[in-house]
Design a protein around this ligand. Structure first.
Ligand code: NAG
Ligand code: NAG
Ligand code: NAG
Ligand code: NAG
Ligand code: NAG
Ligand code: NAG
Length: 410
């Protein structure tokens, strides 16, 4: 007994010593890491972390989960609550689950469900979460909007509907139908609508989405606007292509450090779903602006279902997370697990690629974390026909990635 406890104490002393030496080494490595990018990468990666938000049981219909979206609450919320939602494939009348984390993403609990209250179809595809930063219409700042695609089990119709929560995501209420389309089938000539994205600008909520209803275009990107969350303006074109078979889709928009907006999208059709973007001072006027393809300095051209955000953190290399005027535009897509960053307000020659431990997923949403140098990546897995496991092993995952360090550049 005695002998063992002496051994135990020696073991503790040795462990402490080893730990002290190691952490000093790590600290040292960290400060000199710019010149030793490759040797320090594995240590630095430990500052990032990942976790599983939801592991679906195997009886769920493949692909089980997909298309996750996330939101960091910032209004009257000092602890950095994060919500996540996604498509849940289970057949029948579907709904959007809301999961919540109050410890910056480390642990998650099932918090509520957003269920179809009006169509009798279910809420099936492409949920999107948005927080009102200021009072809007008769709703208080801090209310949360959810837009999503309501589709019956036989996929015969598509409706982009808007829901609201005035209690931080615990309960939800139907607000309005934004748009109504035909069968949920992406073949050109069918008339569905897809993939809503919300943004408030100058006292109006704008809903951007993909639209196959116009006989002139296989698919185009459009928006509609509302000042009361109930009634919606007519459809305004954002991205159209003179060639019918081209399919711009998957809108997301971020306001950059110079006050301009960047609108990223996939350009399917002849362009292989490559990621393109437009930049405008006014996020309600896009169709006259030419699109630029996102290609990195190293020549990578990401493709499929991009998602773009902006964080005020933008220093080049010292890892402390300093805010700068330009900040950083951050994009990702389904072609790989990387993040694509731009510290020059979206200038075409200023994109570079940052690796992440997350695999590519359809589709990963990005959000600025509680610490704005950390980018939150939430995904629901692979499509049934594209991806290594064909959606047979999907789960909903959370990755937190420091976007700041040059140590990660490749
Ligand atoms: C997914 O759908 C199934 C079947 O309707 C339901 O039982 C389950 O609660 C849903 N899970 C989530 C996380 O939404
Ligand atoms: C969401 O709905 C599912 C299916 O009805 C239910 O099992 C689950 O408990 C609900 N979750 C919450 C948090 O209400
Ligand atoms: C598809 O389902 C909807 C909702 O249940 C129903 O109203 C419609 O008749 C069905 N359409 C077809 C073609 O089966
Ligand atoms: C946009 O592209 C068209 C066709 O390539 C070109 O003629 C036009 O000059 C471009 N406009 C701007 C503002 O770059
Ligand atoms: C900020 O972006 C502009 C382009 O909009 C670029 O000219 C400038 O060099 C950038 N500043 C920094 C500090 O990177
Ligand atoms: C399936 O997913 C689990 C957890 O997400 C992971 O640990 C496992 O390696 C995956 N299986 C395969 C064959 O990739």
């Amino acid at each position: 007994m005695k002998f063992q406890s002496i051994l135990f104490s020696i073991a503790i002393i040795l462990t402490t010593l080893a730990y002290t030496i190691l952490s000093n080494l790590v600290k040292h490595d960290h400060s000199t890491s710019i010149s030793k990018r490759h040797t320090t990468l594995s240590k630095l990666v430990k500052r990032d972390f990942s976790t599983t938000i939801f592991q679906p049981p195997s009886w769920y219909e493949v692909p089980r989960t997909l298309y996750a979206r996330t939101l960091l609450l910032t209004v009257n919320d000092k602890r950095g609550t994060i919500l996540a939602t996604w498509e849940n494939y289970s057949g029948g009348k579907t709904f959007f689950p809301i999961f919540r984390s109050i410890d910056h993403g480390k642990t998650w609990k099932w918090f509520s469900n957003v269920s179809d209250e009006v169509n009798g179809w279910g809420l099936r595809y492409q949920p999107f979460l948005y927080e009102l930063k200021e009072d809007f219409g008769c709703y208080k700042a801090g209310s949360i909007l959810l837009a999503g695609n309501s589709i019956p089990a036989n996929l015969s119709e598509t409706k982009i509907d808007l829901y609201i929560s005035t209690d931080k995501g615990l309960t939800w209420k139907f607000l309005s139908h934004i748009a109504h389309g035909g069968e949920a089938d992406p073949t050109n000539g069918k008339t569905p609508i897809w993939e809503p994205f919300l943004l408030i600008y100058k006292g109006k909520l704008h809903c951007y989405y993909s639209d196959q209803r116009d006989p002139k275009y296989g698919q185009k990107l459009v928006h509609q606007s509302s000042s009361n969350l109930k009634t919606w303006s007519k459809v305004v074109n954002d991205v159209t292509d003179p060639e019918y078979a081209e399919r711009p889709g998957m809108a997301s928009i971020a306001k950059m450090g110079n006050g301009k907006y960047i609108y990223s999208f996939e350009y399917c059709g002849k362009r292989n779903c490559n990621v393109y973007y437009k930049i405008s001072k006014d996020p309600t006027r896009w169709n006259h602006i030419n699109a630029t393809q996102l290609i990195t300095q190293g020549g990578t051209a990401p493709f499929s279902s991009p998602y773009t955000i902006w964080t005020p953190v933008g220093e080049e290399c010292d890892g402390k997370g300093k805010k700068t005027k330009n900040g950083t535009v951050v994009t990702n897509s389904y072609s790989d697990g990387a993040l694509y960053v731009n510290k020059h307000n979206g200038e075409p020659n200023a994109w570079y690629k940052i690796s992440t431990p997350s695999p590519a997923q359809y589709t990963r949403s990005l959000a600025v974390g509680f610490n704005p140098k950390d980018i939150i990546i939430v995904g629901g897995g692979d499509l049934k026909d594209v991806g290594p496991l064909k959606g047979r092993n999907n789960s909903v995952t959370f990755y937190s990635r420091d976007v700041n360090g040059c140590d990660y550049c490749s």
